[in-house]
Design a protein around this ligand. Structure first.
Ligand SMILES: Cc1cc2nc3c(=O)[nH]c(=O)nc-3n(C[C@H](O)[C@H](O)[C@H](O)COP(=O)(O)OP(=O)(O)OC[C@H]3O[C@@H](n4cnc5c(N)ncnc54)[C@H](O)[C@@H]3O)c2cc1C
Length: 418
């Protein structure tokens, strides 16, 4: 089977269709020149983020350091907080240039796109000075401790407790589905600090150190084995974990508004780039189809045309957002855009995963692929695509948000958390 890497194909530029203005074009030329000099050839076609155990982990870490040293990390953060102050249009241009060069844009992941913006919006100057540089350098790698066994969609129903003792918070409870726990040194988590307040009012947003974990430390990760055979996430048991009150962002009991900022960024930040990776996979699948002599089959062509239509729709929608951004508006974090975007890409990914297995036939169903877990690229894609309509707020919950906040339909009878 052809691998994802060998099937890589550069995409046509997208932001070019929106006039980004002369400054953004200057930035494109400057960044393109820098990239052509520094892009590591050994990372050509390699995806980001790397799955656990990837042979590229070390090279990706080094590449992240090069980007960091050159000031190309957390680029959308303001300069005063260590970012580059790039506009969303410039960030889109940067993504295009990475794609054009065929090397991954290593980022600080959710720390960069969700925790950092929440700290910038709600933290004190002292908190910004402490936490933000550690995100940029990669010293603080965050996992997310929001969901609990009884609180997923109804996030505000969470029960993990935080009790103030002196200048510390003592945290006890259980989190679940903690993605990326294995590489994390910090967890941004929600805890109930005022059990008597209405459920959205008694929550605090805490940055909890988790580098030291295991029995006796107050933080214990118990990995969960997934469909793919990997353990990308864990249950997290917190038993008297201590954290300075300094690590509470936005004030004690005031965590819900910080959470809303975080969730807005979590859903909205793929809006202008989601199509890029999908287009890459699409062309890889087309190559597989050609190699198997299936390209003339009308049923196959019809399915490929469906997939391409979806990708183009995502691209046009990204351009629409970019045009708004270029005009100085920022609609990406608005609930309706976040929810529409999330439904579109997550449902497409599931459909495409099924399509790939369909087209590749029985071979795609048997183990024995090149992946570390014995799965092939397309099997892995298919299995992991199932989760996109769940994490970050399920598709059903997103539809409720659209029904209520966009269409103005009556509210459902029970509260919606996410
Ligand atoms: C791959 C993956 C990674 C994840 N990573 C993390 C992580 O790092 N950190 C973290 O905190 N969480 C993480 N999650 C958890 C994720 O956010 C939750 O699974 C999600 O919010 C749904 O919650 P739940 O699983 O408790 O399901 P429930 O909320 O129990 O929902 C069960 C079903 O009921 C439906 N439902 C619930 N409420 C409503 C409603 N009001 N209207 C209509 N339908 C409804 C849902 O759509 C779903 O189909 C991850 C999940 C996945 C799959």
């Amino acid at each position: 089977m052809t691998t994802h890497q060998t099937a890589y194909r550069a995409l046509p530029p997208t932001a070019a269709a929106v006039d980004p203005g002369p400054e953004a074009e200057d930035f494109r030329h400057e960044f393109r020149a820098w990239l052509s000099e520094h892009a590591p050839p050994e990372l050509r076609g390699v995806g980001w983020p790397a799955p656990p155990g990837s042979p590229h982990t070390e090279a990706l870490r080094d590449w992240g350091k090069v980007l960091c040293d050159a000031g190309y990390m957390c680029v959308s953060w303001p300069r005063e907080y260590g970012g580059r102050g790039l506009s969303p249009v410039e960030v889109a241009i940067m993504n295009e240039e990475f794609d054009r060069a065929g090397v991954p844009r290593v980022t600080r992941g959710r720390a960069e796109t969700t925790v950092g913006p929440a700290v910038i919006a709600h933290g004190t100057e002292e908190q910004k000075a402490y936490f933000l540089p550690r995100i940029i350098s990669g010293e603080h790698v965050y996992c997310q401790g929001f969901s609990e066994p009884g609180a997923g969609s109804d996030l505000a129903g969470l029960r993990t407790s935080g009790v103030v003792e002196g200048d510390e918070l003592v945290i006890t409870g259980q989190k679940v589905w903690t993605s990326g726990y294995y590489e994390s040194t910090m967890m941004f988590c929600l805890v109930r600090t005022d059990p008597d307040a209405p459920k959205h009012a008694g929550i605090s947003y805490v940055l909890l150190p988790v580098a030291e974990n295991g029995p006796g430390t107050g933080v214990e990760f118990r990995p969960i084995r997934q469909l793919t055979g990997r353990s990308g996430f864990a249950e997290t048991f917190l038993d008297g974990a201590r954290v300075p009150l300094f690590n509470v962002i936005g004030g004690l009991h005031q965590g819900w508004r910080v959470t809303v900022t975080t969730l807005g960024h979590e859903r909205g930040n793929r809006a202008t780039i989601a199509h890029v990776a999908y287009a890459r996979d699409f062309w890889a699948l087309v190559e597989e189809v050609r190699a198997r002599g299936l390209a003339g089959d009308p049923a196959v062509r019809e399915k490929l045309a469906w997939a391409w239509t979806q990708i183009e729709t995502m691209r046009f929608s990204g351009l629409h957002l970019l045009a708004a951004l270029a005009a100085g508006q920022d609609p990406t974090t608005r609930a309706e855009n976040g929810s529409v975007t999330k439904i579109r890409w997550s449902e497409y990914a599931r459909g495409f995963g099924e399509l790939a297995l369909d087209l590749l036939g029985p071979e795609a169903l048997t183990a024995g692929g090149a992946g570390e877990d014995g799965l092939g690229y397309w099997q892995e894609q298919f299995l992991s695509s199932r989760s996109g309509t769940i994490w970050g707020g399920t598709a059903e919950v997103q539809r409720n948000i659209i029904a209520e906040r966009v269409l103005g339909l009556p509210k459902e009878s029970r509260g919606m958390g996410r």
